[in-house]
Design a protein. Structure first.
Length: 129
């Protein structure tokens, strides 16, 4: 019985994943505005899932991950859009994403180095602000 339920969950997950992969192409027929609306909706879904993991599963009251989410999005937009420098950088995605991930990890390390002398309550208050 458990194998049947597990198999049904896997099939439902695969159907939903396939639907999410095809949905932007179907929405593009109606116009790019609907694709942008879907992008923004999925961005909020990712933020809600992150909050669910941090607060629900880990039991932490930590909203600092939103800052790193924003830093990653802004950093990716800068290095992949050609806005930096006279001629622009405009790096491809496969180079931009690892660079931004390393930069976000370095930002976290920089922040942790400056707050390591704080006690637990002060660090939690700093993270929430």
């Amino acid at each position: 019985m458990n194998d049947v339920i597990r198999r049904n969950k896997l099939v439902a997950f695969l159907v939903a994943a396939l639907a999410l992969l095809v949905l932007p192409f179907l929405l593009q027929i109606a116009g790019n505005a609907w694709v942008r609306i879907l992008d923004i909706a999925l961005l909020y879904v990712l933020l809600a899932l992150g909050l669910n993991i941090v607060v629900g599963y880990a039991g932490l009251l930590d909203l600092g991950y939103v800052a790193f989410f924003g830093f990653g999005a802004y950093g990716y937009a800068l290095v992949s859009s050609g806005q930096i420098g006279a001629n622009g950088i405009h790096w491809p995605t496969y180079l931009s994403i690892p660079l931004v991930m390393i930069a976000a990890a370095g930002l976290r390390r920089f922040r942790a180095g400056h707050t390591s002398s704080l006690d637990l309550n002060a660090d939690a208050a700093l993270t929430l602000s």
